[in-house]
Design a protein around this ligand. Structure first.
Ligand code: GAR
Length: 199
């Protein structure tokens, strides 16, 4: 059974969807640790409820040391796959090099559109009619790594940032566990920027 390390900065509803998929038997994995950059993250409460070890790492100061410390924790926990679940920072080299093509992220937009922060607001401001979410492997760019899964939702004429975010979040909770399951089953292969999914 593979060990997953989760990084989260806040609410942690994606973290919860992963916990739930493991508990229901849909994913054959164990969350070995939660790492957070925010001591007030609600994700920590979720970890406590499920007896998942959790570590707060202070992001102040050198980013190099911050990411080396995170990589060290994950390695010490025996983690094979790193899952960013609302981790609101750009991951830097020391972590990426420790887990090449073994870090996944979920982003609340159909990449390559609307990278970075407030993706749902960006989508509304642009006036797109279709929005959605993307699970991708993390490389050194911001939301640029190879795309694993995407799901689309309509943008409705009376949508607010909150209503659109809620509709996208429902998809997030579906596709993130699905992408992790594909990884665990060895069904993902990456060539250049393309992820091939085996049937
Ligand atoms: C999710 O919508 C996730 O896609 C987004 O933050 C939210 C976290 O919610 N992530 C990003 O915007 C990363 N750039 P959660 O804490 O309830 O999972």
């Amino acid at each position: 059974m593979i060990k997953i390390g989760v990084l989260a900065s806040g609410r942690g509803s994606n973290f919860q969807s992963i916990i739930d998929s493991i508990d229901s038997g849909a994913i054959d994995a164990k969350v070995a640790c939660l790492i957070t950059d925010n001591p007030a993250a609600y994700a920590i409460e979720r970890a406590k409820l499920h007896n998942i070890p959790h570590v707060y790492i202070n992001p102040a100061g050198s980013k190099d040391i911050f990411y080396k410390t995170i990589a060290g924790e994950l390695i010490a926990c025996g983690v094979e796959l790193v899952v960013l679940a609302g981790f609101m920072r750009v991951v830097k080299k020391p972590l990426i090099e420790a887990f090449p093509m073994r870090i996944m992220n979920i982003h609340p937009a159909l990449l390559p559109s609307f990278k970075g922060l407030h993706a749902q607001r960006q989508a509304l401001e642009y006036g797109v009619k279709i929005a959605g979410c993307t699970v991708h492997f993390v490389d050194e760019g911001v939301d640029t790594g190879p795309i694993i899964l995407q799901e689309a939702v309509p943008v409705l004429s009376d949508d607010t940032e909150e209503s659109l975010s809620a509709r996208i979040l429902e998809c997030e909770h579906r596709i993130y566990p699905r992408a992790i399951k594909l990884y665990i089953e060895g069904k993902l292969s990456v060539t250049g920027n393309t992820v091939r999914i085996e049937d």
